[in-house]
Design a protein around this ligand. Structure first.
Ligand SMILES: N[C@@H](CCC(=O)N[C@@H](CS)C(=O)NCC(=O)O)C(=O)O
Length: 213
C-alpha cells in the first residue's frame, strides 16, 4: 500500500490526496511530524519537504511527479490530446503561481496569528494577487464543467488551492459566476471532504445551507 507522508494544510499534499481519493487509491495517511513517522520521513527527503509518497521501493518527493505517477498507473487524470495535456499541466503550475503564491500570502499572514496582529498589507497584497488570477482562470474554464473534458489534475490542484484560501476568508467573488459554480461542484465531489484538512471541513460545516438547484 502507498505510504503518504504529508501535512493537512499543505496544498501540494492536498492535491495528491484529492487525486488518490478520486481514483479510489487506498493509502496510509502519515502525518510527517508524528513522532512515529518523523524519523523515517526525514530519511526519505533530501529537501525535508512534504509530501513524500512511498510505493514499495519507489520514493517520490515532488507532488507533480506523484500526479504523473498516479496518471501512469491509473490513467484518467489527463486528456488524450498532447496540446490539451500541456494545457492541464500548465494549469497545475498556475495553481502554484500566481494563484498559490497569492493564497500563500493570505494563509501565512493569518494562520495562528491573532486578528489584531495580522499583517493587513500582506493580506491585501495576497487578495489582489488572488483576484488578478481569476479572469484568466474564468476564460480557461469557459462554459465547461471541468478544466479539461473530464476531472483532471488541474481540477484537483485548483480546487485545493481555492478551498484553502476560502477557509482563510478569501473566496471567489460572485462576478466570476462560472468559476464559482465550478468550485461549488468540486466541493460536492463525493471524495472531496475525505481528502480535505480540518480547516476546510470546518469552513464547509459553517457555511449556510445551499438551496438545491
Ligand atoms: N515542489 C514541492 C513543494 C513541496 C513543499 O514546498 N512543501 C512544503 C509544505 S506546503 C514544505 O514541506 N515546506 C517545508 C516545511 O513545511 O517544513 C512539491 O510540489 O511537492
Amino acid at each position: 500500500m502507498i505510504r503518504f507522508y504529508n501535512k493537512p494544510e499543505c496544498p501540494f499534499c492536498y492535491r495528491v490526496r484529492l487525486v488518490m481519493s478520486y481514483l479510489g487509491v487506498t493509502y496510509q495517511n502519515l502525518p510527517h511530524d508524528d513522532p512515529d513517522n518523523e524519523r523515517e520521513w526525514r530519511s526519505l527527503t533530501h529537501a525535508k519537504t512534504v509530501p513524500v509518497l512511498v510505493d514499495g521501493d519507489l520514493v517520490l518527493t515532488d507532488s507533480p511527479v506523484m500526479l504523473e505517477y498516479l496518471q501512469d498507473l491509473h490513467g484518467g487524470l489527463l486528456p488524450e490530446d498532447p496540446r490539451d495535456r500541456a494545457r492541464v499541466r500548465s494549469l497545475v503550475q498556475f495553481a502554484d503561481n500566481p494563484l498559490g503564491r497569492a493564497s500563500r500570502e493570505i494563509v501565512f499572514a493569518k494562520r495562528g496569528v491573532p486578528e489584531v496582529d495580522q499583517d493587513q498589507e500582506r493580506i491585501a497584497a495576497g487578495t489582489r494577487g488572488f483576484l488578478d488570477a481569476l479572469p484568466e482562470l474564468t476564460e480557461r474554464l469557459g462554459d465547461n464543467e471541468f478544466f479539461s473534458d473530464h476531472y483532471s489534475v488541474a481540477d484537483a490542484a485548483l480546487s485545493g488551492r481555492f478551498a484553502l484560501t476560502a477557509a482563510y476568508g478569501v473566496e471567489i467573488p460572485g462576478q466570476f459566476d462560472k468559476l464559482k459554480r465550478w468550485f461549488e461542484s468540486r466541493l460536492e465531489d463525493e471524495f472531496f471532504v475525505s481528502a480535505s484538512p480540518p480547516i476546510v471541513t470546518d469552513w464547509l460545516a459553517g457555511r449556510p445551507v445551499r438551496e438545491a438547484s
